[in-house]
Design a protein around this ligand. Sequence first.
Ligand SMILES: Cc1cc2nc3c(=O)[nH]c(=O)nc-3n(C[C@H](O)[C@H](O)[C@H](O)COP(=O)(O)O)c2cc1C
Length: 205
Amino acid sequence: MLDLKSVGMSKGMLYETIITTTNPDKTPNAAPIGVICKSLNEIVVYLHEGSHTIKNIKNNGEFLVNILKDPLIFVESTMGDLPTEDFIKYHDNYSIRDADAFVLAKVKDLKDVEREDQFGISRTSIVRANVKEIIINNECVEPLNRAIYGVLESLVYLSRKEIVSGKTEELYNMRMKEISRIVNKVGSAEHKQAVKKVMKAWDDE
Ligand SMILES: Cc1cc2nc3c(=O)[nH]c(=O)nc-3n(C[C@H](O)[C@H](O)[C@H](O)COP(=O)(O)O)c2cc1C
């Protein structure tokens, strides 16, 4: 059977995907969700209380992880509902029609916890799921990971360091800290090493 390596995922990394689930009235639902590749056959998702996605996963015990890069699918599924023609039926589920690949995941463990982060205390479900099937529509499939964009943004700010001052410098300071936080959350050891170097240069200069 194919494993997550076949869709370009590496252990320990967090990827931005579109999770599709089935509503109680059998209509499809889509939402952008970060998926952690726990091992090559297991994923973990952290889902905030109240979303359709967590309710449907609790009801159905399975979901699809769609891997794609279309920015409008990310925007439309965050801001509202995707039109039904963007979905395609896959057994009891729906995938995104233009996904480069999708993964059928079956819940193996689900824990409701209270977590505290920078935004305060929230109720979150931690879902561990096994990979059951992988369908590849595009051999060039590559899951989105924010770390490389963070490294690039931090370099752009670093290259402007000499020419900014005052409020802009303050703003850049805040952005650099946020970029470093994100890269350390979602990136590989190389991404973390890269952003550490940039942060050191930023603080030294
Ligand atoms: C790139 C991106 C990643 C996201 N990752 C998560 C996540 O990991 N967990 C979560 O609960 N919400 C996440 N969200 C927010 C949900 O997508 C958002 O709350 C959505 O409206 C839920 O839709 P639903 O009610 O149809 O499930 C993310 C949003 C974006 C744009």
